[in-house]
Every structure is written in structure tokens, then in C-alpha cells.
Design a protein around this ligand. Structure first.
Ligand code: SF4
Length: 234
């Protein structure tokens, strides 16, 4: 039997309450996380590509190299050789692949928006998301990071930490995919970019410090909440 409208409303209210409680507990413990580090919109986008499969300290080294070379603009990188670009971003790992991905994104920008990010600002979020996802090497997490942190759109970013915490706290069925997890947060929280920004950063923080593949629940800000550790998570 399908849930009635009033049951759906009740479930939604319950999930919203749980999500708000999690946010509050994390914020009370960790405070503001000041994401996303980056002085310009393009630096944030570059960071979103470079951070794939590596830690932020390595991304910073790669970004520093680009800054020192005076290359951290779409115009400069558009005309820059991809092999030389790869060498500069070597500290971020997978540097040949990431150089190509960065070039793909810049090509999209020049092909459609005259190389100017401001020209892409007019697109509605669904269209912009679809265009980003169509760029080779830009997956949902990267696209959503760009939308939220570079374009200030109300899009929730999901990553491994988000999934692990949501599954362990029984917010969603184990095995839910990226879009289902995104919908869980996006549809049940107030539509507030600042909240989405802070929430994602806080989930990363608790994931790194406590909610590792082997959970360290003692002392975790969420330890008093119902959870299950029955299933092995990545
Ligand atoms: S470490 Fe334990 S209490 Fe903390 S988020 Fe993970 S499952 Fe929850």
C-alpha cells in the first residue's frame, strides 16, 4: 500500500528533524568550517577537479603551483599546454587525467560561454548541472561541489562520508545511490545555500575524525543518536 499524503508529510517532518539535529550537534562541536577555500570562483572550480581521489593538502600544492605560474584563470589555462599543466598539478595525483579534465571544463566554458563564468550564471540550476555532468571527467560529486561552492546554488553535495553517516544513522536504506542521498538532504532541509555549504563540510569533518570505515563512535558528536554498525561500510 502506498503511503497517504499525511503519512508522507509526517515522514518528511521526522527526517527534517533528524537532519536538523545532526547538523546542530555537528555545528555545536566543530563550529563553522569556512568552506570552500578559494579566492576566486575559478580557483574553487579548479579545486573541485583536483580534489578527486586525493586529500586537500595535495590540492593546495597544485593550486599554489598554478598561482605562482600566474595561470589560475580560464583564459591563461585555455592557451596553456596540457602536458605542462599536468606537470604543474602533479602534487594532486592522477595529474595527466586531471589536466585533461580541467581542460575539458575550460573548453566547455569557451565553447559555450566565451570563456566567462559570469555568462554561465544565467543558467538555471538543472541546466547548469546537466551541462557540467556532460563534461568528460565531471561526476555528480564534482558537479555539485562546483554548483554549491562556486555558483552558490542550492545543491547538496554527497560524498563517501555523507553516505556512510546516512546509512549508519538509518536515514536511508543501505545501498541508496548518489541521487537518492542528494534528494534526502536537499528535499528535507531549508533551501539555504549557507546551510548546505556548512552541512557538507561538517559531515566531512566528522567522517574524517570519527566515522571512518571502522567507526569511532565514542566521543563522536553523534554518538547519542540511534545508529547501526551491523553492516560493513566502505
Ligand atoms: S562514528 Fe558512530 S556516532 Fe559518529 S557518525 Fe559514525 S556511526 Fe555515528
Amino acid at each position: 500500500m502506498l503511503p497517504t499524503r499525511s503519512l508522507k508529510t509526517k515522514i518528511k517532518a521526522m527526517i527534517s528533524k533528524q537532519l536538523t539535529e545532526i547538523y546542530q550537534l555537528l555545528f555545536d562541536r566543530f563550529g563553522p568550517q569556512h568552506w570552500w577555500p578559494g579566492e576566486t570562483q575559478f580557483e574553487i572550480i579548479t579545486g573541485a577537479i583536483l580534489t578527486q581521489n586525493t586529500n586537500w593538502a595535495n590540492v593546495e600544492k597544485a593550486i599554489d603551483n598554478l598561482k605562482s605560474a600566474g595561470l589560475l584563470t580560464p583564459e591563461k589555462l585555455y592557451h596553456f599546454d596540457v602536458l605542462q599543466l599536468a606537470e604543474l598539478i602533479r602534487p594532486a595525483g592522477y595529474y595527466h587525467l586531471k589536466a585533461k579534465r580541467l581542460k575539458n571544463l575550460i573548453d566547455w566554458l569557451f565553447r559555450n560561454y566565451n570563456g566567462r563564468l559570469t555568462n554561465a550564471e544565467d543558467l538555471d540550476t538543472d541546466r547548469l548541472r546537466a551541462e557540467l555532468l556532460a563534461i568528460k571527467g565531471v561526476g555528480p560529486e564534482t558537479a555539485d561541489s562546483i554548483l554549491l561552492y562556486a555558483f552558490n546554488r542550492n545543491v547538496f553535495v554527497v560524498d563517501t562520508y555523507t553516505a556512510r553517516i546516512a546509512f549508519r544513522h538509518k536515514l536511508i536504506e543501505p545501498g541508496a545511490d548518489y541521487e537518492q542521498l542528494r534528494e534526502l538532504f536537499q528535499a528535507n532541509l531549508p533551501q539555504d545555500t549557507k546551510l548546505f555549504n556548512e552541512y557538507h563540510a561538517l559531515l566531512v569533518r566528522v567522517g574524517k575524525e570519527f566515522c571512518k570505515p571502522k567507526a569511532r563512535c565514542t566521543g563522536c558528536p553523534l554518538e547519542k543518536l540511534p545508529r547501526t554498525l551491523d553492516i560493513e561500510y566502505f
